[in-house]
Design a protein around this ligand. Sequence first.
Ligand SMILES: Nc1ccn([C@@H]2O[C@H](COP(=O)(O)OP(=O)(O)OP(=O)(O)O)[C@@H](O)[C@H]2O)c(=O)n1
Ligand SMILES: C[C@](O)(CO)[C@H](O)COP(=O)(O)O
Length: 225
Amino acid sequence: MSSNKYAIVVAGGSGSRMQSQLPKQFIELGGLPILFHTLLRFKQADESIQLILVLPKAHQAYWQSLCEKHSDIAQRVPHWLVDGGQTRFQSSQNGLSRIEGDGLVSIHDGVRPFVEVAVIQNSYQTAQALGSAVVSVPSKDSVRVNGVAVDRSTVRLIQTPQTFQVSILKKAFETEELSTFTDDASVVEAAGFPIHLIDGSYENIKITTPEDLLFANMLLEKYRD
Ligand SMILES: Nc1ccn([C@@H]2O[C@H](COP(=O)(O)OP(=O)(O)OP(=O)(O)O)[C@@H](O)[C@H]2O)c(=O)n1
Ligand SMILES: C[C@](O)(CO)[C@H](O)COP(=O)(O)O
């Protein structure tokens, strides 16, 4: 298998649940837009990772202006810019179309800036060995499906990164989109490939609603030196 490593950072959504004027991926944490924090984590994990950033066309000029404003950081995270799609599935697909040849590709939500470097590294190592690696955590709450209690120990909450052999992910994305495709692992599984779960962490939050920003700022404080 080729040793090329890619990361597709999807930030093509509209962030409607955040109810903020500024698209949520551009909101600043500690003076730096969220997206830069996320991109930096991948370069910290492995400098050889080639970054592909998926952004709506309408946000790209603003992103370029942020790259100029934060040029010292921007030069540490060189990336290809790809147009966002109508859905997350289409955004992943657009990012994937930028990759030629085989290797490993991680797909990660642009709004999960607290992913640990060790988790990213483990995801590439596991995908290298097994074809896929999907980050997950146990549920801390009790769980009911359609009102019926289920054994919580059987439940895993799924995060990103989700890392795959490029050829597997490309084959999986040849399909028509289904409403059940809420992440990339569900696309890969529907194509008949096995999914291997690896441990994530509760700090790897997806910044989705306003209260997530409160927690994000607390996390930032925790790691400030
Ligand atoms: N068409 C889309 C929809 C989502 N995403 C990305 O997928 C990640 C997870 O999605 P979510 O947090 O739901 O973001 P939004 O779709 O932007 O938010 P909302 O559902 O609140 O509108 C985000 O980084 C988002 O930008 C994307 O790249 N393209
Ligand atoms: C991909 C994901 O972050 C895994 O938990 C999640 O499925 C994205 O869901 P969203 O509704 O698009 O935020």
